[in-house]
Design a protein around this ligand. Structure first.
Ligand code: C5P
Length: 222
């Protein structure tokens, strides 16, 4: 019998990364941040000056992607070709590039098995866009986490401000809307809830409360 999986899908800024990490800690499960894989592929492509419209070249980048995740002091570190890129992959230009790269079927196919390999005992929490629909369709618990675009832009602004980066809320909102549209309208694994996913709207709900609701689902189903 395969270890259980909890999938948490949703748009950027919905809080799924935070919830996934807290949940994995609480359950003692392994964590898969699938977005980090797409981000690492995008950064590798940018570093190699690969044309972002060259599907074949990008598929090759994904196939040969040398990326590792390491937990260091409770923090998930991302290592690309031996170099730590944990912060680099969060840059706005990498976010947009990741969204383009992720729309290419060859890239998604190249990263599919790599994501499934994270399913190990005692269980996995996987966050992304298509965890419940494509990567782990048999997961016993599927959550689709949303929040209004405005709230997501505000959260992102607060995060950046904490890091000393100041950006306009309007630019962030524009980026978020552009990325949502790109992620929802693509043909390959578009951002959408699985039929059997439980949808949670985190607008105006604090993280602790969202975590409580997700934990209740896990307790009922695993
Ligand atoms: O979740 P995160 O914002 O880090 O993901 C970055 C980008 O990677 C997303 O905008 C999306 O286009 C892509 N992605 C994806 N499928 C996933 C996770 C992320 O297409 N499972």
């Amino acid at each position: 019998k395969l270890p259980p999986v909890v999938t948490i899908d949703g748009p950027s800024g919905s809080g799924k990364g935070t919830i996934a990490k807290l949940l994995a800690d609480r359950l003692g499960f392994i964590l898969l941040d699938s977005g980090a894989l797409y981000r690492a592929a995008a950064l590798a492509a940018l570093d190699k000056s690969v044309d972002l419209s060259d599907e074949e070249a990008l598929t090759q980048v994904a196939k040969s992607l040398d990326v590792h995740f390491a937990v260091n002091g409770g923090q998930l570190r991302v290592v690309l070709e031996g170099r730590e890129v944990t912060d680099d992959i969060r840059m706005e230009r990498v976010s947009m590039a990741a969204s383009s790269v992720a729309a290419i079927p060859g890239v998604r196919a190249a990263l599919l098995q790599r994501q499934r390999d994270f399913r190990m005992a005692p269980g996995l929490v996987a966050d992304g866009r298509d965890m419940g629909t494509t990567v782990f369709p048999d997961a016993p618990v599927k959550v689709f986490l949303t929040a209004s675009a405005e709230e997501r832009a505000r959260r992102r602004e607060a995060q950046l401000r904490e890091k000393g980066v100041s950006v306009s809320l309007r630019d962030l909102l524009e980026d978020i809307r552009a990325r949502d549209a790109q992620d929802m309208n693509r043909k390959a694994s578009p951002l959408a809830p699985a039929e059997d996913a439980v949808e949670l709207d985190s607008t105006g709900v604090d993280i602790e409360e969202v975590l409580r609701r997700v934990l209740a689902l896990v307790q009922a189903r695993i």
